[in-house]
Design a protein around this ligand. Structure first.
Ligand SMILES: O=C(CO)COP(=O)(O)O
Length: 298
């Protein structure tokens, strides 16, 4: 009826907040008996699916790669790239280049260190502390990467301590979990990732500053990503674990990203899975295809 009788109709006011909102229509009835009026309409706010409320997160993990020259070129490429503005992009440079990268990279990019230790300072040759990372205006740290677990022998316990100390210093943590090929073949993937997730949960104080990165250890650096179905299945299990053992709001809001040979051509299908909230990218983050990976959902 409104459609028929409104000569002029425009929303006057939207009352924001909650699951409902009011909108008002100003009516002007034409004809011999002219009339004006306002109709208030109660509307249900459309709810976004949970995965749409989690900001897509892409971390470029440069690992132990690059030189002043090549990193300078990569920074130039990133600063000039057309990137989906709704994506949070974080670059993890090697420690020695963190400060230089931070000073040249556009501030719209976040940055991460690739590791840190469990004390603010002291006689720990070769280590860096969260306080030092913050001092260089860097707000994230990657912890528990499969390299750290399997080459440098870091345990769930040590990674838990690192998470706790990083959080005491208000650093955001990108914490990696994932099974090796051997663990996959022994059929213990779930057991491994749940134990790793428990070590994270036992040490996190602020879940808003946590991103969980599932890395299929057997896909890292191989050029062959895990299938979208495999990754979705694992991410769903981790989210379910969080729901049971932490809380439903945390399970719904924490971002779970995938790593393991993510490439420009494999990222789109992965990005459509409902529990894949972004990527952690090794080799692909050093090349122009990183731009395609950031824009996977665009
Ligand atoms: O380990 C990774 C990211 O942290 C993945 O590395 P690749 O993308 O090179 O497989």
């Amino acid at each position: 009826i409104c459609e028929k009788i409104c000569k002029q109709k425009k929303p006057l006011r939207n009352q924001e907040g909650g699951n409902f909102f009011f909108t008002a229509l100003y009516l002007h009835l034409s004809g011999p008996q002219q009339a004006f009026g306002t109709v208030l309409i109660l509307c249900k706010r459309p709810q976004k699916p949970a995965n749409m409320t989690r900001k897509f997160f892409v971390c470029g993990n440069w690992k132990m790669n690059g030189s002043k020259k090549s990193i300078g070129e990569l920074i130039q490429l990133l600063n000039q790239a057309k990137l989906d503005p709704s994506v949070e992009v974080v670059c993890a440079a090697p420690t020695i280049y963190l400060d230089m990268t931070r000073s040249k990279l556009d501030p719209k990019f976040g940055m991460a260190a690739q590791n840190c230790y469990i004390f603010p300072s002291g006689g720990f040759t070769g280590e860096i502390s969260p306080a030092m990372i913050k001092d260089c205006d860097i707000n994230w740290v990657i912890l528990g990467h499969s390299t750290r677990r399997h080459i440098f022998g870091e345990s769930n316990e040590l990674i838990g301590k690192k998470i706790a100390h990083a959080q005491e210093n208000s650093l955001g943590v990108i914490v990696c979990i994932g099974e090796t090929l051997d663990e996959k073949e022994r059929g213990i993937t779930d057991e491994v990732i749940f134990a790793q997730t428990k070590a994270i949960a036992d040490n996190v104080k602020d879940w808003s500053k946590v991103v969980i990165a599932y890395e299929a250890g057997w896909a890292i650096g191989t050029g062959k990503s895990a299938t979208p179905q495999h990754v979705q299945n694992i991410h769903e299990k981790v989210r379910e674990w969080l729901k049971t053992n932490v809380s439903e709001p945390v399970a719904n809001s924490v971002r779970i990203i995938y790593g393991g040979s993510v490439r420009g051509d494999s990222c789109r299908e992965l990005a459509t899975q409902k529990d894949i909230d972004g990527f952690i990218v090794g080799k692909g983050s050093l090349k122009p295809e990183f731009v395609d990976i950031v824009n996977a959902r665009a």
